[in-house]
Design a protein around this ligand. Structure first.
Ligand code: S3P
Length: 174
């Protein structure tokens, strides 16, 4: 099957944007970060969208960006990083899987905690004890992440290894 688009999703801190940028550059494809498009289109940082309008409003903007993206408005032959909550919606998941290959990056709660550190720019993690929030959200999202085309466990792997596994998966399915 000819490769058109690759979408990386997975929980916060699993390395979607870093891996996505590297993957795009190695494959000679353009990289798009859904969160960056949301910030650009709304003129506000993600944290402020949550603060001023709430998560429901953020999800509406996110789904609209995904609708545009998967209907070809941003072009094709793209590597996309989609925020960890973008695929909770079955409609978004289905749209992504029709448009390209949906790949989930996973990590253990300990690893996620290490990677997100004390950084408070992720509004969902700022609302309470970080470990508790991470464990709860991972449980809630288990079905959605499990519904992706392929998952790469990223604990104990550097970016080269993760990119290599994704590229091998894409090659093998051609
Ligand atoms: C979210 C993840 C964030 C961002 C928003 C919500 C989530 O993106 O979209 O804060 O629900 O998991 P990253 O996964 O890139 O941090």
């Amino acid at each position: 099957m000819p490769l058109t688009n690759v979408i990386l999703t997975g929980f916060m801190g699993t390395g979607k944007s870093t891996v996505g940028r590297r993957l795009a550059s190695e494959m000679g494809l353009k990289f798009i970060d859904v969160d960056e498009v949301i910030e650009k289109e709304s003129g506000l940082p993600i944290g402020e969208i949550f603060e001023k309008y709430g998560e429901h409003h953020f999800r509406k903007i996110e789904s609209e960006v995904i609708r545009k993206l998967t209907s070809g408005e941003y072009g094709a032959g793209l590597v996309v990083s989609a925020g960890g909550g973008a695929v909770i919606s079955e409609a978004n998941r289905t749209a992504f899987k029709r448009w390209g290959v949906l790949i989930c990056l996973s990590a253990s709660p300990d690893e996620i905690l290490k990677r997100v550190g004390t950084n408070n720019d992720r509004p969902l993690l700022a609302a309470g004890d970080k470990r508790e929030v991470i464990e709860r959200l991972l449980k809630e999202r288990d079905g959605a992440y499990g519904d992706c085309d392929f998952t790469v466990a990223t604990d104990f792997k550097d970016i080269h290894e993760v990119v290599g596994i994704v590229k091998k998966f894409l090659r093998d399915r051609e």
